[in-house]
Ligand binder design. Structure first.
Ligand code: FES
Length: 114
């Protein structure tokens, strides 16, 4: 996971293993507070990279990687929201998934955000 800055906001860019991707694709939408299939969280053909704005959708803290009880997810230290390895809210007070910023791939390993 790397964190970069875009328009003053932290952006999490995370490499996902084939196992991570398979696990996230297998989560039933009915288990999700803000239902979104894994395919909506990544670009087609680039499922191994997750790009998200690293701001909790509750009150705006910065979630910590591997700090929750969801494998390879994020935990918010402020009030305990927990996000899974696709950045989807799974428990706690946050109402929505971590936001995906507008971005596009300009090569296999380079993205442009915005
Ligand atoms: Fe993240 Fe409240 S700001 S849980």
């Amino acid at each position: 996971v790397v964190t970069i800055k875009w328009r003053g906001q932290p952006i999490f860019v995370r490499y996902r293993t084939p196992e991570d991707i398979k696990d996230m694709q297998a989560v039933p939408l009915g288990d999700l507070k803000d239902p979104a299939p894994d395919s909506d969280r990544v670009k087609k053909g680039h499922e191994k990279y997750l790009v998200m704005i690293g701001i909790c959708t509750h009150l705006g803290c910065i979630p910590l990687f591997n700090a929750g009880s969801f494998k390879d997810g994020w935990g918010c230290p402020c009030h305990g929201s927990q996000y899974d390895a696709a950045g989807r809210i799974r428990s706690g007070p946050a109402p929505l998934n971590l936001v995906i910023p507008p971005y596009k791939y300009t090569s296999d390993t380079k993205i442009t955000i915005g």
